[in-house]
Design a protein around this ligand. Structure first.
Ligand SMILES: Cc1ncc(COP(=O)(O)O)c(C=O)c1O
Length: 174
């Protein structure tokens, strides 16, 4: 049996499909997204960095449009958007990048026990590098007042990173 046949024989591990409740991790792609993406996967598959041919120009135009749409979704300037392959890469880039860049300002790092593993996983390395890492507990409800923390950090000139991987399109303002 080929690998494809093996994975495409369906779920039914014990006779019935289990109920899927892990949509925060991965979820079906909206057919409207698939319809918009298909031309770029089948016909217009140029590399947007290829400046010497039409395939590259078309892809670059599509990326520019996506940049405008992504930036308006999170109230940012298009020049502030950095494409990454996934949220784990984004968290690592933001946390380690900011920590290293601003090290001269001081080296305390504060995070929360409830953060995603991609945030917490960045801490041991920074700790080994000499940053003072503190992992705070949250209230019993798990609630974190991002707005209040944001205001406090802003007032004191402290950089705040929010892993809003699940928030895009769901919150009015990030
Ligand atoms: C809040 C949060 N941050 C980070 C991640 C990691 O996402 P990715 O699999 O895209 O690296 C997830 C994935 O579920 C997440 O929910």
């Amino acid at each position: 049996m080929s690998d494809f046949q093996r994975v495409s024989t369906g779920l039914h591990p014990r006779g019935a499909d289990p109920v899927y409740r892990d949509h925060a991790t991965t979820t079906p792609v909206d057919p409207r997204v698939i319809r918009r993406m298909l031309p770029y996967l089948i016909e217009m598959y140029g590399n947007p960095a290829s400046r010497s041919h039409a395939y590259g120009w078309v892809a670059e135009e599509a990326v520019e449009l996506a940049l405008e749409q992504a930036s308006s979704l999170v109230n940012a300037d298009p020049r502030e958007i950095v494409w990454t392959s996934e949220a784990t890469e984004s968290n690592n880039l933001a946390i380690k990048g900011a920590a290293h860049f601003h090290r001269a300002k001081g080296n305390p790092l504060v995070t929360l026990t409830t953060e995603h593993q991609s945030v917490l996983g960045a801490m041991p390395e920074l700790d080994r590098e000499g940053f003072e890492v503190t992992v705070l507990p949250v209230q019993e409800s798990g609630y974190v007042d991002i707005a209040a923390n944001g205001a406090l950090c802003r007032a004191r000139g402290i950089l705040l990173h929010v892993d809003a991987a699940q928030a895009a399109g769901k919150c009015r303002s990030i």
